[in-house]
Design a protein around this ligand. Structure first.
Ligand code: FES
Ligand code: FES
Length: 169
């Protein structure tokens, strides 16, 4: 057992955990932020995506102990039913989900993707690595490729992201 402290959705938490506990299990089983989903538990589906210090990570692949002092945002921290995040509103408007299981991870990833683009970070499909990337359909699909949706809502997710990015596809 060891102690770790981090901030989740604006609140500080201190946990005594088995050192093998993943961040995903710490969030779901110990802090009861069950919005973050466990799909594969192997880094292959993106259902467990959360935002840590402004960057998205697969929380199933990260040990909770590695996040001492970190600022973590889960889907519960992005918005609530009365005050939705613009990305949540856009997902609803564009039908960016069916069963909804992948959706918290998709939304956390989508928010971080637009921040990556805004910060000028290129991807594998950016035409010019020295130019500021644009939030094109191709850029968004490439950057979201780690978030799998069994229901196949990909086109609608891309439309939702385009709306938040201020573009039309
Ligand atoms: Fe983490 Fe699938 S549960 S990537
Ligand atoms: Fe069902 Fe994506 S909405 S898996």
């Amino acid at each position: 057992m060891n102690t770790v402290s981090f901030n989740v959705n604006g609140q500080s938490h201190r946990l005594d955990l088995d050192t093998r506990t993943t961040l995903l299990d710490a969030l779901r089983e110990h802090l009861h932020f069950t919005g973050t989903k466990k799909g594969c538990d192997h880094g292959q589906c993106g259902a467990c995506t959360v935002i840590v210090e402004g960057r998205r990570i697969n929380s199933c692949l990260s040990l909770a102990m590695m996040h001492e002092g970190d600022r973590i945002t889960t889907i519960e921290g992005l918005g609530d039913p009365d005050h939705l995040h613009p990305m949540q509103t856009a997902f609803i408007k564009h039908d960016g989900f069916q069963c909804g299981y992948c959706t918290p991870g998709q939304i956390c990833s989508a928010v971080a993707v637009l921040d990556e683009v805004k910060a000028g970070i290129p991807s594998h499909v950016s035409e010019n690595l020295l130019d500021h990337p644009q939030p094109t359909n191709m850029e968004m699909r490439e950057r979201m490729s780690g978030n799998i949706c069994r229901c196949g809502a990909y086109s609608n997710i891309a439309e939702a992201m385009a709306e938040v990015a201020g573009r039309t596809l």
